[in-house]
Design a protein around this ligand. Structure first.
Ligand code: 5RP
Length: 217
């Protein structure tokens, strides 16, 4: 089975957690896109979705699924999203698509976060994938220096602007032995909006697509 087939497999498996007549939190990226495509098949049974990016909102609308602002909905039952890396403790690195801030907000607003990945994303230690950090544009170089002081090698994702009007620094070479602690420390750097570690609020369930089918962690 190739990676795309695994993504479609886990996206379909996530439908099991979608409750009829509710508003569903929907993430960003190619696996989340597979989930939107799967969700379209049951659009009559849900009230709509809250999207973690403009791109996902557009795809949801194109699929005929009403998109709500989180401020209108209150807490959501379930949030379904992909990840760039995941451990068996369900700690994640996210933000490869640059949507990390809204992803973290929608995840925090949801009772359950179901993370859908293919098995290439499972790691024993986070940090091989460069850690995305969303930064206020004015603070880019200042934050980059602070990240370098922590032992990382920040690379500006040049030309990319987030849905919130900010920039992304992709931090290479960080030693992520303590994801919960590092997530908190990075948030203390003035000018950082969010970092891509999802450890303080990890996924509640990983659905992992593999040749053997869907594994649950
Ligand atoms: C976007 C994300 C995505 O969930 C992450 O990049 C995984 O994407 P894909 O499903 O395309 O591999 O965090 O900001």
């Amino acid at each position: 089975m190739d990676q795309d087939q695994k993504k479609r497999l886990v996206a379909a498996a996530a439908l099991e957690f979608v409750v009829d007549d509710t508003i569903v939190g929907v993430g960003t990226g190619s696996t989340a896109n597979c989930f939107i495509d799967a969700l379209a098949g049951r659009r009559e049974r849900i009230r709509g979705a809250v999207a973690s990016s403009e791109a996902s909102a557009e795809r949801l609308r194109a699929a005929g699924i009403p998109v709500f602002d989180l401020n209108e909905t209150g807490e959501l039952g379930v949030y379904v999203d992909g990840a760039d890396e995941a451990t068996r403790e369900r700690h994640l690195v996210k933000g490869g698509g640059g949507a990390l801030t809204r992803e973290k907000i929608v995840a925090a607003a949801s009772a359950r976060f179901i993370c859908v990945i293919d098995d290439s994303k499972i790691v024993t230690r986070l940090g091989h994938f460069p850690l995305p950090v969303e930064v206020i544009p004015l603070a880019r170089r200042q934050v980059a220096r602070a990240l370098a002081d922590l032992g990382g090698r920040p690379v500006w994702r040049e030309g990319f602007v987030t849905d919130n009007g900010n920039v992304i620094l992709d931090v290479h070479g960080l030693d992520i032995a303590d994801p919960v602690g590092l997530e908190a420390s990075l948030n203390q750097i003035t000018g950082v909006v969010t970092n891509g570690l999802f450890a303080r609020r990890p996924a509640d369930l990983l659905l992992v697509g593999s040749d053997a089918g869907v594994q649950r962690i």
